[in-house]
Design a protein around this ligand. Structure first.
Ligand code: AHG
Ligand code: MN
Ligand code: MN
Length: 317
């Protein structure tokens, strides 16, 4: 039985033990993510001081080349995920093509990730995050990544906010762990997260109102009539984290400029859809459940509407 304050490593191990055929591989895979997340979290905290902010190519006072935080995060994740030996292939928002780590030749899994989500918020000290999605390797080709979100073995995110919180699911419950920076451990803080059946918040970039179709315009206008509040942080991890806890709607729709929206299916929409659905909510492109979309390319974009069941059902009509 999971209790508040339980260490994430122990929680992962106990979850794995429930499966008789488990080999410990997923535990090692998830542990690699948490190690990388701790290092990224420490750097995010130092961003204003350590000269992490700024353009790549700048030399800091130690004479080291300063990296932008998204490049740094990508490098740390690639290093830890590769070294774990559990991943046959890695795909990242920051890399055009997948990477096949030497040590992962016998890896059972592939992972797609957004190393730093909400990068435009870095310089203004607003919450950012990391998103990941794990699938089982099927044939060692690009097809490993082009599997439906429903087939994810695990998915989650880390939010670097007023505290660092890791939220993940292996297909059953969704659980959140808060990093205790004094000891460097993620401790269970949000057991069995359930999204409220309905919320009072909508989250969408309303500056693009004029680019929306008539249906969406009238739907959002109706939400205003009903007295919903608007909250839009502009980093998906933060907006989804709030939606998961407080309910309501988060959306990044298609519009006249971005015909498929902006968010990426493999490492933004699908993992978030997996978490929201496992927490009792819904995630859709507007016409199809996000978890049923069969990807056709690595960096594909999809429209996203996710959140409380009652609110999303109303949108898709
Ligand atoms: P990233 O920083 O990984 O490129 O992602 C940014 C995304 C997402 O986090 C957020 O929901 C969205 O961009 C915001 O876009 P707009 O500024 O167009 O609203
Ligand atoms: Mn992103
Ligand atoms: Mn990103």
């Amino acid at each position: 039985m999971a209790t508040i304050g339980m260490d994430l490593n122990r929680f992962i191990l106990e979850e794995e033990r429930k499966h008789a055929q488990a080999t410990g591989s997923l535990t090692l895979a998830l542990t690699a993510i948490t190690s990388a997340a701790k290092i990224i979290a420490a750097h995010v905290r130092m961003a204003g001081l350590a000269d992490v902010i700024g353009t790549t190519g700048v030399i800091n006072i130690q004479g080291e080349v300063v990296q932008k935080l998204d490049e740094f995060s990508n490098k740390i994740l690639v290093q830890h995920l590769s070294d774990s030996g559990q991943f046959y292939a890695l795909a990242s928002e920051e890399m055009e093509e997948p990477l096949f780590p030497e040590k992962g030749r016998n890896g059972k899994y592939v992972i797609a990730f957004d190393p730093l989500d909400g990068s435009s918020n870095i310089d203004v000290n607003v919450s950012i995050g990391t998103i990941f999605s794990i699938h089982r390797k099927v044939d060692g080709t690009i097809n490993d990544f082009l599997q439906e979100g429903r087939k994810q073995v695990a998915a989650g995110y880390i939010i670097y906010g007023s505290s660092t919180v890791l939220v993940y699911s292996t297909g059953n419950s969704v659980n959140g762990f808060t990093l205790d920076p004094s000891v460097g451990l993620f401790l269970l803080s949000h057991p069995d997260m359930q999204i409220p059946e309905r919320g009072k918040i909508y989250s969408i970039n309303e500056g693009y109102f004029n680019r929306w179709d008539e249906d969406l315009k009238s739907h959002v206008s109706a939400l205003k009539e009903k007295g919903y509040s608007l909250r839009y942080i502009g980093s998906m991890v933060s907006d989804v984290h709030r939606t998961l806890i407080k309910g309501g709607i988060f959306a990044y729709p298609a519009d006249t400029k971005n015909k498929s929206g902006k968010l990426r299916l493999l490492y933004e929409a699908a993992p978030m859809g997996f978490l929201i659905e496992n927490a009792g909510g819904m995630a859709t492109t507007g016409t199809e459940n996000i978890l049923d979309v069969k990807p056709s390319e690595l960096h594909q974009r999809v429209p996203v509407f996710l959140g409380s069941r009652g609110d999303i059902q109303e949108i898709i009509g």
